[in-house]
Write a protein that binds this ligand. Structure first.
Ligand code: NDP
Ligand code: OXD
Length: 306
């Protein structure tokens, strides 16, 4: 079995060594133009040339959960595209989102400013019941985040494409459930894949339907958010703030208004990182399963876009 590794902005050697250790007997190499035909590829943002040169690939294993960038490329016709399925990301996402929710709810950002100025002052405690948290996307990451937020006794709502039942989460689905979901949400968390149906979904109309004093946490993709419409809603006071981990252009360009907006907290696409050991173990297991003709979790449906 021959496996190519091709990941932009990633040091290849440790990944290749780990893949060789996890798949003894497999030939694992970093992709170079003109490389011999391989059976599988482990990739992150590969060039189109790599995919065009490897028409015989059976499996393309994405080193991330989101496949929006890969689906913009021409893929070899017979290859299954397989995404990461948690691999240590859901617990990171849960801690990141809980931190952002609690920082806003407990006004820890205000306390940080006060104490930096030597001020010992108290804010009136807020009512948890007035801060329902709505999670868009109840997949591998969204479901874990919903569970974690519910642990802190916030009312939790969720929205997905197909109907779901999750303990402690008020679930809505489809276009028909969106308005009711938004109207009952104060803190909105986006954990949707970026697809034709979800691009620009965080806009003036949808964010404008949140409860007054709403707060946005976008940890999915920058393409979900219409940036200038968020700024307008923050500036007119309908929204209280936003934590943004993902952006249309990454790295976020110097001078972008998000860097300095007083109601926006920026992090550099770090809410859930790809962890090497967990990722390699998962991909190696899936390659074995695929080779044995067994079903694997996380196969992407290109029509659906995730
Ligand atoms: P999943 O595929 O497991 O879950 C996607 C969820 O979104 C599902 O519940 C799905 O509904 C729902 N969904 C998809 N399309 C729609 C739609 N049109 N309307 C309503 N709901 C929809 O993905 P993951 O949870 O693994 O990951 C989610 C995203 O998080 C990734 O695609 C990626 O973009 C982002 N991400 C960001 C990271 C970061 O560091 N910032 C790290 C990792 C991921 P249904 O259940 O009905 O299919
Ligand atoms: C992912 C990401 O999709 O890191 O896994 O954004």
């Amino acid at each position: 079995m021959r496996i190519l590794f091709c990941a932009t902005n990633t040091k290849a050697e440790p990944w290749i060594a780990a893949l060789r250790a996890a798949l003894p007997g497999a030939e694992v190499e970093e992709w170079q133009p003109g490389a011999r035909q391989a059976d599988h590829a482990v990739v992150w943002a590969p060039p189109q040339q790599m995919l065009d040169e490897q028409p015989a690939l059976q499996g393309i294993f994405n080193m991330g959960a989101g496949v929006d960038a890969l689906l913009k490329l021409r893929l070899p016709p017979g290859a299954k595209l397989v995404r990461l399925d948690d691999a240590g990301m859901s617990v990171q996402m849960a801690e990141f989102v809980c931190h952002a929710v609690i920082r806003h709810f407990r006004e820890l950002d205000v306390y940080e400013k006060d104490t930096a100025e030597g001020k010992w002052s108290f804010r009136r405690p807020r009512l948890r019941s007035e801060y329902p948290v709505g999670i868009m996307g109840l997949g591998v990451l969204g479901a874990r985040v919903a569970q974690a937020v519910a642990h802190f006794e916030f009312p939790v709502l969720g929205w997905s494409r197909s109907p779901k039942q999750l303990a402690g989460v008020r679930c809505y689905s489809g276009e028909e459930g969106l308005q009711e979901f938004l109207a009952a949400t104060r803190v909105l968390v986006c954990l949707l894949p970026l697809t034709a149906d979800t691009e620009d979904i965080l806009n003036r109309r949808t964010l404008g339907q949140l409860m007054s004093g709403g707060y946005l946490i976008n940890v999915a993709r920058g393409g979900h958010l219409v940036e200038e419409e968020l700024i307008a809603l923050l500036d007119d006071g309908h929204l209280a703030g936003a934590t943004l981990d993902v952006f249309r252009t990454e790295p976020l360009p110097a001078g972008h208004p998000f860097w300095t907006h007083p109601k926006i907290t920026v992090t550099p696409h770090t809410s859930a990182r790809t962890l090497r050991d967990e990722t390699i173990a998962q991909i190696a297991g899936k390659i074995h399963a695929l080779e044995r003709g067994e079903p694997v979790a996380g196969v992407v449906d290109p029509e659906r876009g995730y």
